[in-house]
Design a binder for this molecule. Structure first.
Ligand code: S3P
Length: 166
């Protein structure tokens, strides 16, 4: 493999962390979950950051943290909102290969609706759906889009490897 980072993007519940871990096993690359990185760096949970400092501060932390990951040869599972920062999108394009794990909103919502570790879910289906639609064109700028709904994790990993190597 070429050594470029692989960035996994997509809405909450898209399977970025699950796919990222398996992809790291398969490639021997280091796996980094951006949300985990932020939690370790700040010593606060994601809900606590949103509650105490607000979404804007979380977005700032997200952008700064992504920029700190300067190593190459990493699989990076980003948070669903990373595409809201233009700088982050160009950084990912520049430093690596960006893969969008696509699923329809209804499927994603079923997976995340009761997850209290994802503070935005408290806003309800309509607000989340609007957010999803707003982000869609940004996700679609990825170099590679995979419609994951009917695929198993192994198949997704296989597809990413093939495309990355090719
Ligand atoms: C968010 C997605 C979350 C996390 C935070 C905000 C978003 O990550 O970064 O709760 O704005 O879509 P996951 O996509 O890993 O759930």
């Amino acid at each position: 493999m070429a050594g470029k980072n692989i960035y996994l993007i997509g809405f909450m519940g898209a399977g970025k962390t699950t796919v990222g871990k398996e992809l790291a096993k398969k490639t021997g690359y280091v796996f980094i979950d951006l949300d985990e990185y932020i939690v370790e760096k700040t010593g606060e949970t994601i809900p606590a950051i949103f509650e105490k400092h607000g979404e804007e501060e979380f977005r700032r932390l997200e952008k700064v943290s992504l920029a700190e990951l300067t190593e190459s040869g990493c699989i990076i599972a980003t948070g669903g909102g990373i595409v809201e920062s233009k700088e982050s999108v160009s950084m990912m394009k520049e430093k690596g290969f960006t893969v969008y794990l696509e699923s329809p909103f209804t499927t994603l919502y079923e997976r995340i609706k009761e997850d209290t570790n994802r503070p935005l879910t408290a806003q309800g289906a309509a607000a989340l759906s609007a957010r999803f639609n707003r982000r869609l064109p940004l996700y679609e700028q990825a170099e590679y889009t995979i419609h994951t709904e009917k695929l198993g994790v192994d198949e997704i990993v296989e597809m990413i490897c093939r495309r990355y190597e090719g």
